[in-house]
Structure formats: structure tokens, C-alpha cells
Design a binder for this molecule. Structure first.
Ligand code: VGL
Ligand code: ZN
Length: 185
């Protein structure tokens, strides 16, 4: 008997601060919204689970350069910069996963969240991943999903990179591929 995989979609950190005009803008970050909306619609129509992760930092955290970390202040809880991009589909069936609540750099949607447990409860074996940014939270979410044994489809047209160093995007895709993720358009 042929069994289709049980799929889930993980939309990573499509928040105002990661989009043009935001505090930690990813260039062309807003271009992920259209392809992700298509996927969200398709998954919801098929009754498949959809998760949105969000970077959800306290005002003071060692994640920020000001307190010893790497990044400008971004995605502070309950500020406009932390809101999802206004054009990203909102639906009560979508489950929100908040990460980065403490001092640790949580680049994966699995890091200090209950995402794995939720996927297990819904018997998911394959996750589709897109969002922001390719070279941080998308990459780490994909790598963690592989470590935890999920099949992964990483949707290249639905992600954009920070590219702190040129070529970080290509390197991130290569790492995902090496970990066994399939890169799909
Ligand atoms: C991210 C840098 C800092 C991300 C989060 O969501 O990719 N990048 N915090
Ligand atoms: Zn962050």
C-alpha cells in the first residue's frame, strides 16, 4: 500500500523586522510572502498542519549587540517589528511558535519550543520549510528537523538570506542538502 507522508508547513520568522524597513532587514525578505501564502493555502485546504515561528525577544537579551551579542535590537515582544508581515495569511488553524525568549541565540524553531512535540502529536513525518532568514533560522530549523528524523523539503523560492558574508545563502543551502534535506523550488 502506498502511504503519503503526513506533512506540515513551517513558516519561519516572516516578521516586519526581517523585512525591508525593519530593524534587521533581510534584503527582498518580503518576497517570501507570496510563495508562502500559496503553500499555506494548499496545506490548510488539505487539512495539513501549518506552523508559524516568530522571533520573540525580551527587551534585554544577550542576543542583542547592546548586551554582548551579535544583532541590532529586533523582534521585541509586543512591538510592531515583531508582528508577522501584514500580507502573510492569518488563520486560526495556524499554530504560532515563539522562540528566543531568553538569553540564548535560538536560531531554530525547535530550540526551547514545543514544536517537536506538536509535530509528533500530529504524526508528522515530513516538514516543508521556508521563511527568514535562509542562513540563520531557516537553516537551523531544517538541520534540527533532520536531526530529529523528519523528512525535509526546503523551499528555495520561499526563503531569503541575511548574507552577513557574501555566499552565506549558497553555503546554507549546501549544508541543508548535506544533512539530507531536499531543496525544492
Ligand atoms: C534570525 C538573526 C537573529 C532569524 C533571528 O530569524 O533568522 N536571525 N535572530
Ligand atoms: Zn533574533
Amino acid at each position: 500500500m502506498h502511504n503519503e507522508p503526513t506533512r506540515a508547513l513551517i513558516v519561519v520568522d516572516v516578521q516586519n523586522d526581517f523585512c525591508p524597513g525593519g530593524a534587521l532587514a533581510v534584503s527582498h525578505g518580503d518576497e517570501v510572502v507570496a510563495p508562502l501564502n500559496k503553500l499555506i493555502t494548499e496545506f490548510l485546504e488539505r487539512g495539513e498542519p501549518v506552523f508559524k515561528s516568530r522571533d520573540w525577544h525580551p527587551q534585554v537579551t544577550k542576543h542583542f549587540a547592546k548586551y554582548g551579542g551579535t544583532w541590532p535590537i529586533h523582534c521585541v515582544q509586543n512591538t510592531p517589528g515583531a508582528e508577522f508581515h501584514p500580507s502573510l495569511i492569518d488563520d486560526p488553524r495556524i499554530q504560532v511558535v515563539s522562540k528566543g525568549l531568553g538569553d540564548k541565540d535560538c536560531y531554530s524553531a525547535f530550540d526551547e519550543t514545543d514544536l517537536e512535540q506538536q509535530l509528533r502529536e500530529e504524526h508528522v513525518d515530513e516538514v516543508w520549510v521556508g521563511g527568514l532568514a535562509t542562513d540563520y533560522c531557516v537553516k537551523n530549523t531544517v538541520l534540527d528537523a533532520r536531526k530529529k528524523g523528519f523528512e525535509v523539503k526546503a523551499v528555495s523560492e520561499a526563503m531569503r538570506a541575511v548574507n552577513l558574508n557574501p555566499g552565506d545563502d549558497e553555503q546554507a543551502l549546501a549544508e541543508m542538502r548535506k544533512a539530507g534535506a531536499e531543496i525544492v523550488e
